[in-house]
Design a protein around this ligand. Structure first.
Ligand SMILES: [Zn+2]
Length: 303
């Protein structure tokens, strides 16, 4: 009886922690907020990603606003646990729900929202599709309050934002996980917030909105500044080496192996023959590995 109680308490603690946002100090006044590696669930409010923020003397700059209105509130609580300064700017690094569905929460508090023009277009284009998928996973109750709020300021390829003496270089180098992905570089600190250009610890997703070929170029652009710390779109802050291993190398290998399979006359129905088990250490390998291979197969057929 006692044993059972201890076990169930442990499990409860685990399930609570699994959906918690974790605040991680990256550098002085620079933070990552690390969400779970799982899919969207009612418990994580759609915040199944990594976010970040920088506290400047003139206020906070937040990178990505969370997956729902309630999820944005959770992110705000994390910010408020270290500073009472207002959130002045929110940068959306891409088109995925967790990058921007929390915008209206921060906009109501007076924040200016920034995204690339391509992300803004992607937000509008995939809005109803993304709402449908998200609510199917988290339920209408957890979606409550969420309203589309598009960026107040848009840029084509890059934008320099200076807040409280801190310089943010926001760069859209092309399509990666989504058409409008951008990374945010703090050049003076050698830190980059990559959004969905970088996934670590879990397998990335190549979806219909992705382009694996262009993703590699975008990664190379991000890596060219040789940042000391990469705050990824999923997973904990890492060195550039780890970002390369879990994202870049995986994509290169996937494209090479699927390309060879295609050249050898392989059929899409046999895609599971493409061996990507070297990356089975990544969370979500079982659910995403085959799907990614199939998407790349389709891409390569047209390249
Ligand atoms: Zn993502």
């Amino acid at each position: 009886m006692k044993k059972y109680l201890v076990l169930s308490l442990c499990m409860m603690a685990f399930s609570l922690n699994a959906d918690e946002l974790k605040l991680v100090a990256v550098a002085d006044k620079v933070w990552a907020i690390v969400g779970p590696l799982t899919n969207r669930t009612p418990e994580n409010l759609g915040n199944n990603a990594t976010f970040g923020f920088v506290e400047t003397k003139d206020g906070v700059v937040l990178i990505d606003s969370g997956g729902t209105y309630l999820g944005a509130k959770k992110i705000h609580e994390k910010i408020q646990s270290v500073t009472q300064k207002p959130v002045k700017y929110v940068i959306n690094t891409g088109g995925q729900d967790h990058r921007w569905f929390g915008n209206s929460y921060f906009s109501d508090l007076g924040a200016t929202i920034i995204s690339s023009k391509a992300a803004r277009e992607d937000h509008e284009r995939r809005l109803s599709d993304q709402i449908g998928r998200l609510t199917a996973l988290i339920g209408d109750e957890k979606f409550v309050g969420t309203q589309e709020k598009y960026a107040d300021e848009q840029f084509e390829q890059q934008k320099e934002l200076i807040v409280g003496g801190e310089i943010f270089n926001i760069i859209h180098a092309g399509q990666a996980h989504t058409p409008g992905d951008a990374y945010v570089l703090l050049k003076n600190r050698s830190i980059v917030f990559s959004g969905d250009i970088v996934y670590v610890e879990r397998m990335l997703g190549v979806g219909d909105q992705s382009n694996s070929k262009s993703w590699l170029k975008v990664f190379e652009s991000m890596a060219s500044s040789k940042p000391k710390i990469v705050v990824p779109g999923h997973g904990h802050p890492v060195s550039l080496d780890v970002a390369e291993k879990d994202t870049y190398n995986y994509l290169v290998d996937l494209r090479e192996k699927v390309g060879r399979f295609l050249d050898d006359g392989g059929d899409a129905s046999d895609i599971s023959q493409v061996d990507m088990s070297a990356y089975s250490y990544l969370f979500n390998y079982d659910t995403l590995s085959g799907r990614n291979a199939l998407k790349v197969f389709t891409e390569l057929e047209w390249e």
